[in-house]
Design a protein around this ligand. Sequence first.
Ligand SMILES: [Zn+2]
Length: 506
Amino acid sequence: MKNALAYARVSTKEQAEKGLSIPAQLKAIREYAKSHDFCILQEYTDLGESAKTANRPGFKKMIKRCQKDKTIDAVIVHKIDRFSRNNIDFFAYKAILKKEGIRLISASENIEETPSGEFIENVLVAMAQFYSSNLAEEVLKGMKEKFRKGEWPYKAPIGYKNIRDEKGHAYIVEDKKTSYLIRQMFKLYATGQYSFASLSEEMAERGLKTKYGKHLSPERIKSTLTNPFYIGILRLWNEKRKGKHKPLVDETLFRQVQNVMKERKITQDRWQKRDFLLRGLLYCQNCKRRLTAEVHERGSYYRCPYNVNNPICKEPYIPTKHLESQIEKLYNLMEPTPRLLKILKAEIEEVQNNFKAKSSNEIQNLKRRIRENEAKMDTLVDNLATKTITPEIYKKYSQRYEKEIKEARDRLAVLEKDYSRNFDFIDKCMILASTLSKLHKIFSFQQKKKLAKALFRRIWVKNKEIKRIELNPPFDFLLRNQTRKIHKVFPNLVFEHYPIKSTQPR
Ligand SMILES: [Zn+2]
């Protein structure tokens, strides 16, 4: 039996809605726990106004307990949106739990399918398209060499696989398990009947999934369909080379697919123009209201929502481009320097090593416990065979020993699984932080928007200028040393860090 904590919350506004009440949430959690062999040690709840604000006293108590109590294996919620109020909360607190080796479980959803998980995956897909020279000039040199010889220096795209011959030379061959699906995907898209999203569904049904068994995201579908790798061409650092690998689709089909995409894009663009990069993040420093965005004949603007009810605020309209270019400038300035990255990496590694040392102690203890109980079991069997003990006594003790062994094995499995993945999240955020401006350049509009949302909690504006910025964790930690650099360009900009100390290593 594994140990878990339960958490439920409901805001005043939500209370009326069906199935959302605290008792209903707890009931679902208890049922889940029962059928999945969890023992709920305690139930935490937040109700009414406190559930909505950042306070959430129940939640905080629960997190505290998670950080202290080493016997906890999981936190169970009814739905993920009960656990976090936004993606960033979700990231930050999930990272905390991960650090403690605690799983976050939703009684009614699969967590890996949440937008946050998908966002990180999108980032990594985009990352594969370029390489940050900050960290490893040498590696880059080797890769360029490889590329010039017509070899792909990265992980092979889906439909292919990387292999190594006896001499250790790496190359890329067709992956027969997925290559026919990639061909199908190109053919289906060429019919013009599919969007990236519907093609993602269709291909998943046909068996094309990520290595984690999830749907290929629409962005991934797009990047696959536009990747000339499939017609035998390598494209990297704005250069093209004929690859040594075998093409999966012919050029006619590939061209057809690009044409269909162009036609569909015209329709998409029309829809996207009404969307705004910084919507929801901008606030008026003067009247504290959230800015709205709208399209005018002369262009699009962010503006303070002043109207008859709020006539006091006389802040000017801000052309969207004006603010968005300030954000681009900021991205450039916010990127940690290679030197700082090294320091950060070292800091995180230290925390990681401490964690490893701590859990390796526990792993050894668990292994010893298993060995001891197995030895006891052996003796017990011997004693039964020589009739030194009665079958009743044998039964009683063997059950106890077996239970001990099972518990130790379960805990061991959890530890070993989370071992390497524990600091993955911070690592990914670091990559993100160090490549902000590059990402912003290569991202699609929707990805740019997600990037801004991941970084900023609020952006305060006055007189058409950004005045104050609140960063989300863990970026507040990762980017904390950039303020001086930023002040050279934005002398009056105030940085406010969202205070969640626990996301900061140490
Ligand atoms: Zn205002």
